[in-house]
Ligand binder design. Sequence first.
Ligand code: ZN
Ligand code: ZN
Length: 209
Amino acid sequence: MAELSEPLENYLKEIYELEESKGVAKVVDLIEIFSISPGTISKALDRLESLGFIDRSSRRIKLTEDGKKLAVRLIRAHRLSERLLTDVLGLDWIRAHELAHRLEHIWPEDVLDKIDQITGRPKTCPHGHPIPGREGVKGTPLSNAKEGDYVVLMIIREVEWILRSAETIGLMPGVKISVLENQGDLVKIKISNKEFTIPRALAEQVMVS
Ligand SMILES: [Zn+2]
Ligand SMILES: [Zn+2]
């Protein structure tokens, strides 16, 4: 399999994650996520296509089998790196995510297997995203949840303000919460007997079940 530059690997990974979360990856999503120009992304996609990692039809991008294989390897490396950084080294989940972006490109397969072992073969990264090959997580965004009791499964986008706001009120994977009110721009929730009102933009990024 051809060696890719880091930005190209990142696009591939993002395409995989968009397929995973939205069912389809579009050029406009990549432009928004990476804040790059249409010209830059189109050049990158041409390169990925000529290497046989993606297929393109109209505005939709699809990973080929080779593309999927590489994306899965990178995502596994990213999520296991995060586990190593939080569980073993004690870093917070914002820094762990940032550092994992670099580490995901360097681990050989046998070292990754060691990380998997030492972190107890985790099912998910610290933010709740499944390690490829292990069971997926199914839930609903908190923003769509009716009044009732839930467990937090995942923080969908690992963006600093989202992770920071979630952590501040203890809204983290595995935590039990109740939705008290869900109308308009705000969602009222209860976490271990404390009530919080959170913006809808944050609730959209929290998967519960
Ligand atoms: Zn991450
Ligand atoms: Zn993560």
